[in-house]
Write a protein that binds this ligand. Structure first.
Ligand code: SF4
Length: 356
């Protein structure tokens, strides 16, 4: 493996290569089972972890052979940052188990959630000669991380560079159940532990939460409540992600059939799921995520009135959109070219930081 783009690209700048050239994959697979994602289908639910020796040798190769290496490893991760060496406690049970997720609706008592191997690996990677900084840029599964305060401390003290992206994806139970994601309570617990660890380390770090608009099973009220949560917590999303049905994902089956396969599919007795397909509703769900953008205010005001929530229009901090429209804004929302749903590459930029 050459760790270089194919020579046929010549001197072309390849953004994907720029992103991964100093990063190391330590495992593959995911037992999360999030319905909008098909990594579990692509890579398997049983985690395949590389040996420490193999990872350390690759880092030495990066150091010695990759042009432009300055001592910073940009990611030590995989589909999820913190599932390294995690597995079912009993291989026989694991072989027979048909649960689509080991962590939803709760962490399975059979799952070994120890982060000790990962912490030891981080320490060894930091000790490689010539390595000055090791980042963790893969998504941290925060409901697992809260099981290990030592991991959060290690992560925050050594491997975060200002921001840490995590993906609660929503705040409301309805869509979260369709996504097979934990409740926002797990996010809150993680945030508390993250903030405490950052304070202890004397660092000013921020969590950047990601959310999805228009996931199957999301109502306008769900999006409104998410927008209120964002405003209360002083988050402003810059780019946002609108659900896109992608091959092999369970949520894609929901989107196309209007049925929830997680609840069993029976003739005449299946659990129905509303798919968000209409352009106006998709725009509206996205607009709720960007409640602070004046271009979205006319659409949001109209929707809030229809929902009987005109009380959320006004200047107070607990209201979502102002009644006034700044000159030169607000026309684009109805006339823009169609919204192209984004892939998994969204989302908050530095403008997504807590306001102030
Ligand atoms: S028994 Fe639990 S930990 Fe084991 S494979 Fe099944 S869901 Fe995962």
């Amino acid at each position: 493996y050459a760790r270089a783009p194919h020579p046929s690209y010549g001197d072309a700048k390849i953004p994907a290569w720029e992103m991964i050239k100093f990063s190391v994959t330590i495992m593959r697979g995911c037992f999360g089972g999030c319905t909008f994602c098909s990594i579990t289908e692509h890579e398997g639910r049983i985690i395949q972890s590389r040996s420490e020796g193999s990872i350390l040798r690759e880092i030495e190769r990066i150091r010695d052979k990759t042009p432009g290496f300055t001592g910073v490893i940009s990611d030590v991760g995989g589909p999820t940052a913190n599932m390294y060496r995690m597995a079912c406690k009993d291989p026989k049970v694991e072989a027979l188990c048909r649960r689509p997720s080991c962590v939803f609706p709760d962490i399975c008592p059979n799952l070994n959630t120890s982060h000790d191997d990962l912490i030891r690996l981080y320490r060894k990677v930091r000790e490689v000669q010539g390595v000055k900084k090791v980042m963790v840029a893969s998504g941290v599964r925060y409901d697992l991380a809260v099981e290990s305060p030592a991991y959060i401390k290690e992560l925050v003290t050594h491997h975060v560079g200002g921001y840490l992206k995590i993906a609660p994806e929503h705040t409301e139970r309805g869509p979260l159940d369709k996504m097979m994601k934990p409740g926002i309570g797990a996010y809150n617990r993680f945030k508390q532990m993250f903030d405490a660890a950052a304070k202890q380390a004397g660092k000013k770090y921020y969590l950047i939460p990601y959310f999805i608009a228009a996931h199957p099973g999301t109502t306008d009220e769900d999006m409104m409540n998410l927008a209120l949560w964002l405003k209360t917590n002083r988050y402003r999303a810059d780019q946002v992600q609108t659900f896109l049905p992608s091959p092999m994902a369970t949520a894609t089956a929901m989107y196309h059939t209007g049925v929830n396969p997680l609840r069993g599919v029976r003739h005449g007795g299946s659990d129905k799921v509303e798919a968000i397909k209409g352009l106006r509703q998709r725009r509206l769900h996205k607009a709720f995520l960007r409640y602070h953008d004046p271009d979205n205010w006319p659409l949001l005001r109209e929707a809030l009135k229809q929902m009987g929530r005109a009380d959320l229009i006004g200047p107070r901090p607990d209201q979502l959109v102002p009644a006034h429209q700044p000159p030169g804004t607000g026309k684009a929302a109805g006339t823009r070219r169609p919204v192209r749903p984004a892939g998994r590459t969204q989302r908050f930029t530095t403008k997504g930081l807590p306001m102030k």
